[in-house]
Design a protein around this ligand. Sequence first.
Ligand SMILES: O=C(O)C1=C[C@@H](OP(=O)(O)O)[C@@H](O)[C@H](O)C1
Ligand SMILES: C=C(OP(=O)(O)O)C(=O)O
Length: 416
Amino acid sequence: MQYEITAPAVLNHTVDLPSSKSVSNRALIIHALSGGGMLPQNLSDCDDTDVMIKALRDMPEVIDIKAAGTAMRFLTAYLAVTPGRHTITGIERMRHRPIRLLVDALRYLGAEVEYAGEEGYPPLRITGRPLDGGRIEIPGNVSSQYISALLMIGPVLRDGLRLHLTGDIISRPYIDMTLWIMGEFGAEAEWTDISTITVAPKPYAARGYNIENDWSAASYWYEMVALGGRDSEVTLTGLMDGSKQGDSSVSYIFSLLGVKTTFGTTEEGVPTTVRLSRNGHCVPRLEYDFINSPDLAQTFVVCCAALGVPFRFTGLQTLRIKETDRIEALKREMGKLGYVLRDVEGRELVWSGERCEPLPDAAVDTYDDHRMALAFAPLAMKWGRVRINNPHVVTKSYPHFWNDLKSSGFAIDIHE
Ligand SMILES: O=C(O)C1=C[C@@H](OP(=O)(O)O)[C@@H](O)[C@H](O)C1
Ligand SMILES: C=C(OP(=O)(O)O)C(=O)O
């Protein structure tokens, strides 16, 4: 299926963003480890959270987490400390997303985890039991999700956990967000030196928890405002100033590309809305390190090229093991649209301003990656129209994205 998206002349709308899947999936694991009570509020309705809710509610013998990296990694640790035998699996791509470092760490703690297919990759067979915990090492440069997974089981380990991270630390704000949410549920977990996190063996306290909306999803609306006319304005709901989500850095980066962020306040004085408008300034060239916010890379690659802003983006080394190889996907699709990107050893993407002949009537392929559809659709604001193949991929994190576009005045023609 293909969507042909036509943009409105002026964008001026209020958008109710989806809830954060990263926060939702952490709150669900911690809620389960705290012994239940009231479910977290404002859970995301996306696929990645849906699989987590169902797994924790039903605990079937075979748990299929589809394409959700967080669910695969967080549930692996959860199942290792929860009595019962389960196989955890996912879609074909998930069978190629590495998990060895997490499995090694759990085995070191005494967990029973076996590979049901290829060594180093899902599916896994896990027999859960109480574990002692103690001190372990894990490289910090592959996926922060392994670290978050281990941290979240820390409070239920008999001796707690001292986690020593070796090498560079990537996606660090996600680790800090894990520690923050654990703290909200009464855990004592903190950095005790530059590369060590200590978690006390103190049980979680059951409590209600309200989940913030998704700053990564906000990035696509920032992009639309950046690419739209001078009068473009969007209000986004459910976002906090001082958010613990690392992707809230989107507001700073877009200030360099002409978008102003104004936080609004509800009657109760709680800041929950963000108004995006044009600030009239745009840098002539952008250099940025995405090591802390890998999920924003696609947004800025597409947006900068469309604005004619040459860029050098570093810290992209984890993009190859996400929903697709995002480095290759970006190079190929941007090439179809007439932009020649170069990668440097799979860690950087550079656009010097070089153009090539665009394919006539090019349609953007999405590679089973929600962020390909989400990041390329805003191009309609610049060109009037854009075509996206397999548009349903957005359900991984933002199921009502196309409806939100329609409510904002976009037209969507469906081609089978
Ligand atoms: O912990 C999380 O919620 C996430 C961590 C990041 O993954 P890596 O740590 O693998 O970079 C990010 O890309 C992913 O979308 C969500
Ligand atoms: C990488 C992502 O998700 P995950 O790793 O949780 O599948 C993402 O949402 O961009």
